[in-house]
Design a protein around this ligand. Structure first.
Ligand code: SF4
Length: 58
């Protein structure tokens, strides 16, 4: 299950840049797109590593 910690996210958009199939911006924060919570796309790992505040959990 992929999730973004709203409290931690600073809205930098990096996760969307590397993995726009899974993440999108909503009200200045990143969210996981509907139905993509369980995807195995490799870019998710990239997004986790790219996030500067470690807000993405898998
Ligand atoms: S990379 Fe991290 S801090 Fe930046 S928008 Fe995505 S979840 Fe938020």
């Amino acid at each position: 299950m992929i999730s973004v910690d709203k409290e931690k996210c600073i809205g930098c958009g990096a996760c969307v840049s590397v993995c726009e199939d899974v993440f999108e911006m909503k009200d200045g924060k990143a969210v996981v797109k509907k139905g993509k919570e369980k995807t195995k796309l490799p870019c998710v790992k990239e997004a986790v590593e790219t996030c500067p505040v470690e807000a993405i959990k898998v």
